[in-house]
Design a protein. Sequence first.
Length: 542
Amino acid sequence: MMRLLLFFLILLSFSPGGNAQIFTEVSNEIGIDYVYPGNDFQMAGGGLMVIDVNNDGWEDFYQCGGVFPSKLWLNKGGTFIDATQEYGLDSLDGYFIQGAIGADYNNDGFQDFVIVNFGSGMGMGDKKSPVLLKNINGKSFQMISLEELLPAEDYASASWGDINNDGFVDLYLSNYVASMGVLQDSSGREIGYNPTCFENKLLLNIDGENFKESSEEYGINNGGCSLASIFTDIDNDGDVDLLLLNDFGVWTGEGNKYFRNNFPEKTFSDLSDISGFNHKMYGMSFGPGDYDLDGDIDYYITNIGQNYLFEYKNEGFTDVAMNLKLDESFAYDSVRSTSWSGLFFDLEFDGDLDLFISQGNIATLIPKTTILDSNKLFINNNGVFEDISESSGVADVLSHRGSVIFDYDHDGDLDIISSVVKLPWGAYANKEQKIKVYRNDTKSGNWIGIRLVGEGEICRDAFGTKILVEQNGKKHMKEVDAGTGHSSQSTRILYFGLGQDKYLQKATIFWLDGTTTQLSKLKKNRVYEVTSKGEVRDSMNQ
């Protein structure tokens, strides 16, 4: 009996569901000490992007500052330095940067990125067009203005994906509000929103040398005040489809959109209504993840009020968030919460997916929302999600927006960085309004990481490529991150938890050209680089 009790106590001490704090906020400790100057009533933006700018194997990240300066944080073995000036990115000062999304657009082996900015709208903005930042041999970035292709409008986020399978990645930009009016009832009482929206844009990549704006040609120039989009192969037919979220849908009547790619035809089909995806809401961001381990990708969608978790089966979407108690409809009573980034990840590498949600107050006419709106963390216990937010160490009450997941310190677990926007109430409450780095202090299980590299007609980042891992009778599907969370992008390394297993049993990589690569018996706790030609490189032996 004593041995059994001791064993139980040991298990409890390692369990994220216990009383021990799981995450520790360490931003100052690891060098990320930038504090937003001044005050601003900035509501959206605050994106983050994980990027390895110099190919040293230590992932860096870019912090989008909105109206304040943005920062490139260079990873030096688990601590960070501000490398904004070193890489020439201080030339972006004066841009109202809302998000940043990375891709090797010219397939030269170095990660480039694009910034999406608030150029104009509602009589405000920086009056500038988005910019492409070309990585020059990992040592600097060259600014390439996109003003000839994109007018100065309100670009909120973006997603990369090779829509025509030519080996060069294309870019879709979500475009937001041009002007904002209000709706009134017969007595003059304000009862809702009446926005005018900009149209979304598609930049078709021409051989890695330039781009062509092609949104109308492909039929995806939606104008519904979009805050988020994602290229993803929904129907598993070997090309990337498009999902997008529209804000104010309950007032504009313009719901969320599912556009199926008809490759090799140069068209997309709008399947929003017949698939059940056309919800009218305040759509904020996507969080893909195979939460139920059935071998397909599901999509967590954030909102003001009720969040959604869509399963795609039989060519339709079914919401299961409320059944799983992941809907986050209300902070309390009838007062709604506001969710921004909803990200699935395996926090203890036990083989299933847990869920982090960045929360943040936003001033609204309606619906009624709370000011104190802290982040949430749900741990997955055999398919049942438990809310462990208060004991987790991530339940911060500032106005969080973009969030990312990656192993910044190479200690074998996944950490969270969550950005905030600076709002006046935080200053009045004497809260330090700065980015938060949550170090994972869990005693994690074993894991495998896979970095995909495309060649030939598969773009180098392998966006849209999927990996199916089969381990102990469970199937787990993942896809390369082409832009998830609010205006953000997490690591492009695909991590799979193995629990106590020492080897990955079986993985199948489904490349977009229809070929597959089979992997088995990969050793635990290593990142493997796998090319579309089937070459496998062990990071421990490089």
